[in-house]
Design a protein around this ligand. Structure first.
Ligand code: ADP
Length: 437
């Protein structure tokens, strides 16, 4: 028995002994009157504390322990301890709940919870975005009243949730493609998970387009080649015709070789996650090389000039830079009719190394300019093919420049010519001291 109860029992025993003593000395009536008086006092005492307890239970004040003597003091103290423990437990559960909600909110996927009547109980911000919902406003609404897409309604009602559903044109902007899957749980409740697959679908369709484009690009020269082969096998040809056919077959074979070469270059650039190197390039040699290539390709049909700052250089990968800038120069030669001019400059402007190719060629209609760096995108298909183009040159340029943090700017006017400007960042630009002096 604890000390409090011992004290209470001892007090009662003392009171009883006092009553007996009063009875012995002052008579039974006085003892009875004393006992009744004690009972009334005790009654008031108990009532007072019961009322305090009542008020305390109605509006508990955490951290405050009402003071009282004896057993009541102990009762208040224990109640206070219990309330403190509950309070701590409730706070812990609330914090866990808040963390859980934060975790689901942080998920890149949409999460929505439905009750047993398919009414929305809760959903995170991503599910709001995918379904075009408002978590507060739409709470307790039947989900099919808000997501009326017939495919979704059918899927939800069919109760076969093994497969996921792909929904296009989702969200308020109708621009999302979303995969949706339902997971039943608990008492006929449902968890809906959504995932934005817009980008995935886009890359998938790009991949399909790419495969179709490559097949198409290779199919044409292959068809021509096999046609010539058949002709050569079936028909008796004189030496001149045989030579002519062989030349044409060689042309088609080299076209296929060029396509495969550029595809490999692109694949290497795309797959290479390493930065392109920090070595300073010998840009004087690069420019000389570009000039020789341009003159060889033009074969005197154009007026070609190079104005280069010999001291100016950049940090990067030489073969990549050479191939990117070379593509721009050879394009200028290929898309400029005979007699035209091609002007190349390599100069430092506002701390940046700038490479410019200006031609007086065919020019490019404005609507084509944003798409020029797409693979196999051509403005003039037949001119591209006739001049040995693969449609991959500017895609390679784009990748190389991206890897060197450089930017490409294209200005063009139909019939007047084009200007391709490459700006390397200041962080890659340098001046060779010996030459600069
Ligand atoms: P291609 O091998 O066909 O030249 P590119 O990727 O190098 O492929 O260029 C894409 C298209 O951009 C070309 O087909 C051509 O229509 C256009 N183009 C590129 N450079 C020029 C230029 N200097 N003048 C006019 N058109 C150009």
């Amino acid at each position: 028995m604890n000390i409090i109860w011992t004290r209470a029992i001892v007090s009662l025993a003392l009171l009883a002994a006092l009553c007996v003593a009063i009875g012995a000395f002052a008579g039974v009536r006085v003892a009875l009157a004393f006992a009744v008086l004690m009972l009334v006092v005790q009654g008031f005492f108990v009532t007072y504390h019961m009322q305090r307890l009542w008020r305390l239970l109605e509006a508990p004040v955490y951290g405050e322990v009402p003071s009282a003597l004896g057993i009541w003091g102990e009762i208040y103290y224990r109640l206070h301890k219990l309330a403190k423990r509950w309070h701590a437990q409730v706070r812990q559960v609330e914090q866990q709940h808040a963390r859980f909600i934060q975790a689901i909110q942080a998920s890149p996927n949409g999460v929505a919870m439905l009750d047993d009547h398919d009414q929305i109980e809760w959903c995170n911000a991503i599910a709001e975005k995918h379904f075009g919902l408002d978590a507060k406003r739409d709470l307790r609404q039947h989900i099919t009243h808000l997501v009326r897409h017939p495919d979704f309604v059918r899927y939800l009602n069919a109760h076969h949730y093994e497969e996921m559903l792909v929904m296009r044109g989702m969200g308020v902007s109708r621009k999302y493609t979303v995969s949706v899957q339902v997971f039943p749980y608990g008492d006929h409740r449902k968890l809906i998970l959504t995932q934005d697959i817009t980008e995935l679908e886009r890359t998938d369709s790009m991949r399909r387009d790419f495969v179709a484009n490559v097949s198409h690009e290779l199919k044409t020269p292959l068809t021509v080649l096999s046609g010539f082969l058949e002709t050569m096998r079936e028909l008796p040809l004189d030496e001149a015709d045989r030579r002519r056919y062989l030349d044409m077959m060689e042309q088609q074979a080299s076209r296929m070789q060029n396509i495969v070469r550029d595809l490999l270059v692109l694949a290497n650039l795309e797959g290479d996650m390493r930065p392109p190197g920090e070595e300073l390039l010998d840009m004087r040699a690069v420019m000389r090389h570009l000039e020789d290539d341009a003159n060889n390709l033009s074969n005197g049909r154009h007026r070609i000039t190079f104005h280069c700052d010999d001291a100016l250089t950049i940090a990067g990968a030489e073969t990549e830079v050479m191939s990117a800038l070379g593509n721009l120069v050879t394009n200028a030669v290929r898309y400029t009719p005979d007699g035209g001019t091609i002007e190349v400059t390599w100069q430092r402007l506002k701390e940046r190394a700038v490479f410019t190719v200006r031609d007086s060629g065919l020019g490019i209609p404005a609507e084509h300019i944003p798409r020029l760096t797409e693979r196999f995108y051509r403005v003039d298909r037949s001119r591209s093919r006739d001049t040995g183009g693969t449609g991959l040159g500017l895609a390679i340029v784009k990748h190389v420049l991206q890897r060197h943090n450089a930017e490409l700017d294209v200005k063009s006017e139909v019939g007047k010519g084009s200007m391709f400007i490459v700006r390397f960042p200041g962080s890659r630009t340098a001046l060779r001291k010996s030459l600069a002096a």
